[in-house]
Design a protein around this ligand. Sequence first.
Ligand SMILES: *Cc1c(COP(=O)(O)O)cnc(C)c1O
Length: 352
Amino acid sequence: MLEDLMRPHILTLESYTSARDDFSGSADVYLDANENWMDFSGDGKNRYPDPHCAALRRKIEEVLGFKMENTVLGNGSDELIDMLIRLFADPGKDCIMIERPTYGEYKVFAEINNVRVVNVMLSEDLDLDVKAIKMEIDNSRPKILFICSPNNPTGKSFSISKIREIADYNPAITVVDEAYADFDQSFVSAYSLLERNERIVVLRTFSKYWALASSRIGILVASQPIIRAINKIKAPYNLSISAQRDGIKALEEREQRKAILSDILNERARLYKALSAFSFVRWVYPSDANFILIKVDDADGLYAYLMKEGIIVRNRSREPLLDNTLRITVGSKAENDALLEALSEREKSLVS
Ligand SMILES: *Cc1c(COP(=O)(O)O)cnc(C)c1O
């Protein structure tokens, strides 16, 4: 039973309800929530937002295909990662598992919750090491196994058959974080596995492709027992009315927005080629995301140089398997030109 994987006290917990859960439809007079009747904002911000984000979730079903009954929204997917750990992992007792190098927030939220983190390394070619992962599942019995695909910061998507094999083997929860899925044109979502494996959870975000990092909208897609349990621990008003409106508007504008995808993919290809040509760049990692990881001769030196030039990239050199690497977001043409220009200057100064 899926519920057996959850922390027992959550199952019996009584969650917060408001008077607006007691009726559906619309009333003329709302005197239940101690809001201020005066709408200074002019667009309804004096009222609490819909705790279920129903309109946005309906739009998500229509446009992205994730069934409404299988979704819950978070204040960014970071909040959803935190809620998943709080739902399944007992502090001081349970552990979660991650495949490094990967996104840093899984570890941070686990540690905040006093939940141990078990690391399994990716293989030398930065792919999932299925055998090692299975062995460590048997060893440590993690409550949640996180897989990030396309992986941050390496940029590659993992094969869906490997993800399926791991998730089927794992008796606990497998979370597949698909934050960068939109940038991989041959991507197969783990959502396709949900029907046969109710222990799979998929995470998506509006922060990358949908260009709403500041609105803080994350999507959790899962089987209904998990959705019910997350709704129990979710803060009722975790998405502002502005965020809900921003998300709906973005999805409504999907056709007008397609051009930015080809722009980013074209720029990614241009950067890939241009970066490969510098003498101090040893390797450019192929990317399925909107960033590129490069291995260089002296990452700390190059990072500091670029910063001095007013160009901020991410130094990932302290991650296992990633010594001397920088992660570079694919920016606008002008931003990418500025980066390449600065790197050309660097090349000249090295030669002379
Ligand atoms: C950027 C990113 C997210 C997005 O987090 P939000 O809280 O939704 O902004 C999630 N997962 C990964 C791997 C990311 O790189």
